[in-house]
Design a protein around this ligand. Structure first.
Ligand code: PCA
Length: 198
């Protein structure tokens, strides 16, 4: 089984991005072949980089991880929306308001088996979310899913938003270790399902 994990560099007011720490920890702890991609937080280009990597290494699983400051749980995103809309600049200074990502459908569903994941993962710090936002994380997720769906590829693809990992003003946070534990459990469920399908 080959896994592609992606994370993001810091952006906006965030001087660090805990998604990078999660990538390092997972690569250390897991025994599967894991490729890691650290994205620059740029609309369009980040998604293109992931698609190029998918073409190159042909992974079984693609799991992208991003920071969602303000959330209190690890959120598996069920859908990616065909929208770019945020007052915040990306790391190249671009702002998009009320625009589409492509001429594709309004949304793509994750290619993971969400029902099974919901049954298997009972951790109170985990949930399935129906909004990956309309900033760069959603942009990457939409492009990944569009490529996978349009090319009829059998790749399990999901996006996980994580909270801060340290106390910051009044914002909620979770220990990095707990986040890594939950995402590792998620990978176990995804891989178990893939093995059954093969
Ligand atoms: N979070 C942002 C982009 C990069 C990241 O880690 C988002 O939620 O869109």
């Amino acid at each position: 089984m080959k896994i592609l994990l992606t994370g993001f560099k810091p952006f906006g007011k965030n001087i660090s991005n805990p998604s990078l720490g999660v990538l390092d920890e997972l690569k250390n702890r897991r025994t599967e072949t894991i490729e890691v991609l650290k994205l620059d937080v740029v609309y369009g280009l980040d998604g293109e980089k992931v698609v190029e990597k998918i073409k190159e290494i042909k992974p079984d699983v693609v799991l992208s991880i991003g920071l969602a400051g303000g959330r209190s749980k690890v959120c598996l995103e069920a859908i990616a929306l065909n929208a770019r809309d945020s007052e915040f600049k990306d790391n190249q200074g671009q702002i998009f308001l009320n625009e589409k990502i492509s001429n594709g459908p309004l949304a793509y569903d994750s290619t993971l088996n969400l029902k099974r994941i919901k049954e298997k993962i009972e951790n109170e710090n985990f949930m399935i979310s129906y909004s990956a936002g309309t900033y760069v994380c959603n942009d990457v997720y939409y492009q990944e899913l569009e490529y996978i769906v349009q090319n009829n590829l059998n790749i399990a693809c999901g996006f996980v938003h994580i909270p801060y990992t340290e106390p910051k003003e009044e914002e909620p946070y979770l220990e990095l270790n707990e986040i890594v534990h939950i995402i590792s459990e998620l990978l176990d469920v995804i891989l178990e399902e893939r093995k059954c399908l093969k």
